[in-house]
Every structure is written in structure tokens, then in C-alpha cells.
Design a protein around this ligand. Structure first.
Ligand code: GGG
Length: 357
């Protein structure tokens, strides 16, 4: 039976890397005889907002809920729509309504890419960030008072629920258990943020009792970011709240040379709703329209989607094709963030050709 994939390219470079993500997916589908039923949607972009006054149509949930996966580009064009309106009006709706409470973000130094961290080789950086994806600091609890006066007050609460914290910790511990190093690092700031973050720590300690084989480290976020740069080889599975996970999963890929290659999966592990696969990078208005965006984050996200849909061999073929093209290092193929003179299409085409074999 065909896998139903909903495609939403979104804004900026999302619309430029998506065709390369699809090209790679179609090449894998052909080689491994996978039936993909791909349907593209125009909503979820700032242009849609300018035309309709909202990021999504009222019936978006019903339109998307029966798909097997969502393949997503990027959102945001602050010159057209304020970022908090575009993000809350689209991507965060998907994550919440489809209960995609895991945001899984691999961070790996690939062959042929020079890390900005001196002396680091492929193999030195290979970890996952597991980000809580539906609550935490990304909460809609709060408000404004005395707006426009000199007594103006703004408040936004962090929300941590036992269910929300335990389920992301369980996912992270389960993942750590499958890895050879079996190491889990938890990010908090429990010396300064004195209620929610110590609560997260308590839940880590409680969960750790069920995983005696997993070694657990707890770091405050400030020194953890320093250690990402100084000792990226220390990390295996890093778990954090919505905000901390977001920051760490930009910093991690930056340590591997470029955020342009970083993929992510927003997962509803129970499979009750579709999961969503998107590059970590955003819409990058500064380079949009130039055709130079790196498509690897989108293509690698496609590999995570194929794995999620049960096609491990095809997923491996995508990642191997990415690694082969990076290792080859042809300057005419690689995008400028990889120190090449190529463009989005040349890199996407080279990877698709490798997949085809
Ligand atoms: N493809 C990822 C994307 O569009 N990100 C825009 C963004 O600002 N995301 C914030 C977040 O992931 O919470």
C-alpha cells in the first residue's frame, strides 16, 4: 500500500530545498520499490497568510490527519509576518495537535566536512539531541497588562507536566539503551530556575532507576553549551526541554561544520497521528532566492521519514549517498556553506544520482 506523504515547503529556502528532498525520496522509492503517494499543500507559508489572514485553513487538521507523514521545509519571513505569528500559526500547531512530543535531531560530523572545532574527525561527533516538543518554555500561558503604558507587564509561564517530562525522558533513555555508549546527558538550569528545572532533574533520577545500564550526566545549560564546543565527543544522547533542546540542536550541527545538513523528526511515537520531518534550519531569508541553500538537511530528514515508515534499507541508502557525495568533495557540486561553488540543485542532483546507483 502506498505511503501518503503531505508536503509543505513553507517559506524562503524551504521552497528551494524541498524539490531536492523530493528528488532524493523519489530516487529511493524507485530503487527500493516503495510506493509513495505525495500530495503538496500551499498553506503553512507567509504568502498564504498574506492572502488569507492565517497560516493554515480552518480544516487543516482534517486535511492532514490521515497522512502517514508530513514532509516539511521551513517557516518564517519576518519582513512579511512577525515570526511568532508564522511559527505559532503553523509548525507549532502541527507539533501540538499531532502530539509530536519528540523532536529527534541527530548531530554527526560527516566525512569531507571540516568541523570548526580544531582536530575533530568524523566519528568524534555523533550524538542525538532529544528535544521535548509540545510544552516547556514554548507555552501559551501568560499575558500582558497595562499595555502601552510605563507600567507594562508581560508574563509567559513555563509548563512542565509529569506526563510530558516522563514521556520524553523515556524516549531518550530507550534510545540511549540501544546505543553502544549507553550514555544520557540531561540539560537543565536548576540552580537558577528553581521550580521547573529541579522537577525535570527529579524525573531524570526516577527514570534512571529503570535503566541501570545507562550512565547519566546532568549539566546546567550554560556549561553544557561550552562543553558542546570543547568536548563534543562526550555526548551520546542529550535530552532537554523545548527551548534548551532547540538551542542545543542548532549548536550541535554548527560544531559539525554547517547547520545546513542537520535533519529532524517530530515524532508521535504511538503512531496515532502523522509525524513530521524537517531540516533543523529555518527559512534563511538572507540567502533565499539565490539557489545556494544546502539541501542535505531536507534530504536527510527524508531518510528519517523513510526509516519511520519502516524502510530502513532505503533510509540507509540516502544517508550513504549523502556521505559519499560529501567525501568526494567536488567543489562544483557542494554549496557555499560547504566551501563549494555549486548550488542547491547540483548537490541535490549528485545525491539523487548516488541513490539511483
Ligand atoms: N525547518 C525548521 C524551521 O522552519 N524552523 C523555524 C523555527 O524558528 N523553528 C523554531 C522551532 O523549531 O521551535
Amino acid at each position: 500500500m502506498a505511503h501518503r506523504i503531505a508536503v509543505i515547503a513553507g517559506d524562503g529556502i524551504g521552497t528551494e530545498v524541498m524539490p531536492e528532498g523530493l528528488r532524493a525520496l523519489k530516487a529511493a522509492a524507485k530503487r527500493f520499490a516503495i510506493d509513495l503517494d505525495i500530495q503538496t499543500f500551499a498553506f503553512g507559508s507567509c504568502d498564504y497568510y498574506l492572502e488569507h489572514g492565517k497560516m493554515l485553513p480552518d480544516d487543516w487538521f482534517d486535511q492532514l490527519k490521515d497522512f502517514d507523514a508530513l514532509f516539511y521545509g521551513a517557516v518564517g519571513w519576518p519582513a512579511k509576518v512577525p515570526d511568532h505569528i508564522s511559527l505559532w500559526g503553523s509548525l507549532l500547531q502541527f507539533r501540538r495537535r499531532f502530539d509530536q512530543y519528540i523532536n529527534l535531531r541527530p548531530c554527526k560530523l560527516m566525512p569531507g566536512i571540516q568541523s570548526p572545532l580544531a582536530g575533530r574527525e568524523p566519528g568524534d561527533i555523533d550524538f542525538y539531541v532529544v528535544r521535548e516538543n509540545t510544552e516547556g518554555e514554548y507555552s501559551s500561558v501568560g499575558g500582558k497588562m497595562f499595555e502601552g503604558t510605563d507600567r507594562e507587564v508581560v508574563i509567559q509561564e513555563t509548563v512542565m507536566t509529569r506526563t510530558g517530562v516522563d514521556r520524553v525522558l523515556k524516549y531518550a533513555f530507550d534510545l540511549a539503551q540501544t546505543r553502544s555508549r549507553k550514555k544520557l546527558t540531561s540539560a537543565t538550569k536548576s540552580n537558577g530556575i528553581s521550580i521547573t528545572m529541579p522537577y525535570w532533574d527529579e524525573r531524570v533520577e526516577a527514570m534512571a532507576e529503570a535503566y541501570p545500564e545507562v550512565s547519566v550526566d546532568k549539566f546546567h545549560i550554560d556549561i553544557l553549551t561550552a562543553n558542546f564546543v570543547l568536548h563534543p565527543d562526550w555526548f551520546d544522547v542529550v535530552v532537554g526541554s523545548n527551548l534548551f533542546g532547540d538551542i542545543l540542536s542548532d549548536l550541535g550541527p554548527a560544531c559539525t561544520g554547517t547547520i545546513g545538513i542537520a535533519p529532524s523528526a517530530n515524532i508521535n511515537p504511538e503512531g496515532k497521528f502523522p509525524s513530521l520531518f524537517e531540516p533543523v534550519h529555518g527559512s534563511a531569508p538572507d540567502i533565499a532566492g539565490k539557489g545556494i541553500a544546502n539541501p542535505i538537511g531536507q534530504i536527510w530528514s527524508g531518510a528519517m521519514m523513510l526509516e519511520h515508515l519502516g524502510h530502513q534499507e532505503a533510509a540507509n541508502a540516502l544517508v550513504e549517498a549523502i556521505e559519499a557525495v560529501l567525501a568526494e568533495g567536488s567543489p562544483n557540486v557542494l554549496t557555499p556553506d560547504l566551501r563549494g561553488q555549486g548550488n542547491t540543485a547540483s548537490l541535490g542532483r549528485a545525491i539523487a544520482e548516488r541513490i539511483e546507483g
